[in-house]
Structure formats: C-alpha cells, structure tokens
Design a binder for this molecule. Structure first.
Ligand code: 2AM
Ligand code: CA
Length: 266
C-alpha cells in the first residue's frame, strides 16, 4: 500500500539519520555558523544529517520534491514533498541535552502547512530512545504503541509546552504573554524542540503546545502525530497553523488556549 511504503521510508530514514546524528554527537559538537541571530546555530552534524537524508530520499523516491532546513528546496514531479528537519532542538543537541530529534514527513501539495496534506511522518529522538510515527488515517505510534492525546481538561488544569524565538525582541514579547498565562494554566514547560513537543502532545504527556515562528520542517511530522492521536493543530485564527502561531492539543483545550492567547495579545 503506498501509504505504508511512505511511512516505512520516513521511519527507516529517520532511524538511520538519528543514528548518524547520535554518533556525531558522541564525537563532539561545535557551532559551525549562526543564522537569524547569534543563538540560532547550525552545526556540521545538522548539515551532514540532512545530506544523508536527502541522498537516501533521492535514491528511494527520485520523483518527489524535498524541503530541508539546511539545504533548501528541490522540486519533484510526483506532487509529494519530503519536509525535513535533520536536527530539531539544535541548541539541546549542542549542550547534550536529550530533547532533540530528526523530523521527516512527506506531504502532498505545496510544501506549506496552511495548504498541505501530510501523508506520513517520523520523529526520531535517539537520546530519548524513542521513534514516533504516523500516517494519515493510520494512527500515531511510539514504537508499536498507539498514541492518544489526553482527555479534555479546563485550561487551569492543562500542562502547556511552549518555545521561545531566537530573536531577542520577539522573545521579550513572548515573555509578556507567558507572564499572565502562567496564572491561567497548570504550568508551562519549555523543552526546546518543537517536533518532540508535538510528539508529546500526541503521546498525552502534555495537554497542549503553542509556539510562534515555527517553520514547515519543525511541525510537518509532529502535527500529523497530533492529528492521528485525536488532537488538532491550529493557527491563532483557528485555521491552519502558520508561521505566526501553532497551537496543538485536544480540541477543547486548544479552543480555550487559543482564546486566552488572543486575549493576551500573542
Ligand atoms: P531548531 O532547533 O531546528 O532551530 C525551539 O523553541 C524550537 O522551535 C526548536 O524546535 C527550533 O528548531 C524551533 N524554531 C524554529 N524557528 C525558530 C525561531 N525562529 N526561533 C526559535 N526557535 C525556532
Ligand atoms: Ca533544525
């Protein structure tokens, strides 16, 4: 079945890429360059891992397009695009904190979260020893265990994860929203990797997650995990998630969180 073939490719390439990134991590990591700000970093391992993923996908799916954080876009002829973050949570990777992952998804349509349909995805977190997978209509899993988002809770009982932008001025505004939000939720968590935060929503380990400024590769696989675990992923206006805002969780919790974020000016 084509859906399963795509899932198997996402899983096996994420497994191989995660093993490479984990080996490079053990050999030692330095910052290779900075991007949007001095704390937005890339390491040689980000680049080497994306090269491996791009090469494998070109071998296995030569007709498909590619969109990766480090090497950009390449068009295909099949209408499918592989959306890849070789290392999501790069700052954790640099510091040898375990919350980093390889995120690989295949989407149909333009590689834009507003319009695409994600078909399959994998989030591999080697330092956590976990591989999350999902395919459209086929459910979300960690290993062979089926995932479900948590049941609805009032917002003041919800454990909510978020992340902060690499740009100082934007982070300062995020703090202005986080301050009153802390009084309206059970607590906030900030683990430093969007793909794992989304996988944890799918796994029912947190009630909800929101973040501003995500790129397509940060959320492609993770959003499919949430959807296939029975949750929803929205933008600030209740439509599809955009660069401006991504909110994920059980539907009622997302509705309450979204209304609160709007009220607080997020
Ligand atoms: P990265 O590790 O691949 O850079 C941090 O909160 C999470 O958001 C990480 O998953 C990080 O991805 C992602 N992210 C994407 N764009 C970001 C940005 N402009 N600023 C901060 N984090 C960003
Ligand atoms: Ca990355």
């Amino acid at each position: 079945m084509p859906g399963n073939e795509l899932l198997e490719i996402a899983r096996s390439v994420a497994e191989e890429a995660g093993a490479l990134a984990a080996r490079l991590r053990r050999e030692g990591v330095e910052v290779a360059a900075t991007k949007s700000s001095p704390i937005d970093i890339v390491t040689a391992a980000d680049r080497a891992t994306e090269e491996l993923i791009r090469r494998r996908l070109a071998e296995l799916r030569p007709q498909d397009g590619f969109l990766g954080e480090e090497s950009g876009a390449g068009s295909g002829t099949s209408g499918l695009t592989w959306v890849v973050d070789p290392i999501d949570g790069t700052v954790n990777y640099l510091y040898d904190l375990p919350n980093w992952s390889v995120s690989i998804a295949v989407v149909e349509g333009d590689p834009d979260p507003v319009t695409w349909t994600a078909l399959a995805g994998a989030v591999h977190a080697p330092a956590l020893g976990e591989l999350f997978t999902a395919s459209v209509g086929g459910g979300a899993y960690v290993g062979d265990r089926r995932l479900h988002v948590r049941d609805a809770v009032p917002l003041d009982r919800a454990l909510v994860a978020t992340g902060f932008h690499y740009t100082a001025a934007i982070r300062t505004n995020q703090a202005v929203v986080a301050q009153p939000l802390l009084g309206r939720v059970r607590d906030l968590r900030r683990a430093g990797g969007a793909a794992i935060d989304l996988a944890y929503v799918a796994a029912g380990r947190i009630d909800a997650y929101f973040e501003q400024g995500l790129n397509p590769w940060d959320q492609a696989a993770g959003a499919l995990l949430v959807q296939e675990a029975g949750g929803i992923v929205q933008g600030i206006d209740g439509g599809a998630p955009t660069h401006r805002m991504t909110i994920a969780g059980q539907a009622d919790v997302v509705a309450a969180l979204r209304a609160t974020l709007v009220e607080l000016g997020a």
